[in-house]
Design a protein around this ligand. Structure first.
Ligand code: KIV
Length: 285
């Protein structure tokens, strides 16, 4: 099996084939995603809430993303893997941005990186892409700025806000971004940006007319127990399945039904005449 490349992603925009992207943060999910054949993975800084138990993405470190990306790469042979650049790993300087992007590619094994923001980050996008690293933008609701935005709110509802997002999208494209995530923007605005750009738009809470869609794995699998955003549809209730299975496991342990003989090994008693030098415990007898 060969891994998707940036050329495959570009070709999907050209042919009009919708692009599916999903987040992943660990080996097991990455393997399942491989089996399903999803072409694009984001090792998102949403790892903060989904996996590390933080309130938001702000505390996530570059080390967190490097180690999650390496696990995802070990579990998935087919997807094009994009790694998120965490808060404050690129905002201070182009040098920081380049260093972070380099770590995610060299140590994590990602095929591309993603950062949030518009005009404020175009110089960094330019530096990253000039260094030969594929870079994805992220506009609209940018969760790393949650405190400045005053919550997880729809962006670009008024004319000025919408114009700014369109200009930012074009600037990211000019700086060399290969794609841009549009998060929580009105669908009409997402459609206009998708039409205006040559690079693919990947929407989350941005309507159906983006070139592709990205969702947080835990949200669509029913693993986000405390809160599921309105834009996420639960395609499975895996959380409920796990809670039920854990209850049955505990019940069997408490009633000494598990492990049964099928999951146990017994020492083989030597028979008269046997030349036994070692007890056979591997066969389960
Ligand atoms: O971190 C993440 O999961 C993301 C998506 C919401 C696009 O950035």
């Amino acid at each position: 099996m060969t891994r998707n490349t940036i050329r495959d992603i570009r070709a999907m925009k050209k042919s009009g084939a919708p692009i599916t992207m999903i987040t992943a943060y660990d080996y097991t999910a990455a393997r399942l995603i491989d089996e399903a054949g999803v072409p694009l993975i984001l090792v998102g800084d949403s790892i903060g809430q989904t996996t590390l138990g933080y309130e938001n993405t702000i505390p996530v470190t570059v080390d967190d993303i490097v180690s999650a990306t390496a696990a995802v790469i070990r579990g998935n042979r087919s997807a094009f893997v994009v790694a998120d650049m965490p808060f404050m790993s690129y905002q201070v300087s182009r040098e920081d941005a380049l260093r972070t992007a380099g770590r995610l590619i060299k140590e994590g094994g990602a095929q591309a990186v993603k950062l949030e923001g518009g005009s404020a980050v175009v110089d960094s996008v330019s530096a990253i892409t000039s260094a030969g690293i594929a870079c994805m933008g992220h506009l609209g609701l940018t969760p790393q700025s949650v405190n400045q935005l005053g919550g997880y709110r729809v962006q670009g509802r008024d004319e000025d806000g919408a114009r700014q997002i369109i200009e930012d999208a074009l600037a990211l494209q000019d700086a060399g971004a290969f794609s841009v995530v549009l998060e929580l923007v009105p669908s009409e605005l997402a459609a206009e940006i998708t039409e205006a750009l040559d690079i693919p738009t990947i929407g989350i809470g941005a309507g159906s007319e983006c070139d592709g869609q990205v969702q947080v794995f835990h949200d669509i699998m029913g693993l986000s127990l405390d809160f599921t955003p309105r834009h996420a549809k639960k395609f499975a209730e895996v959380g409920d399945l796990i809670i039920d299975a854990l209850g049955r496991y505990m019940d069997e342990v408490e009633h000494r039904e598990f492990p049964s003989d099928a999951q146990s090994v017994r020492a083989q008693r030597p028979q008269a005449g046997d030349n036994v030098t070692e007890l056979d415990v591997a066969s389960g007898n």
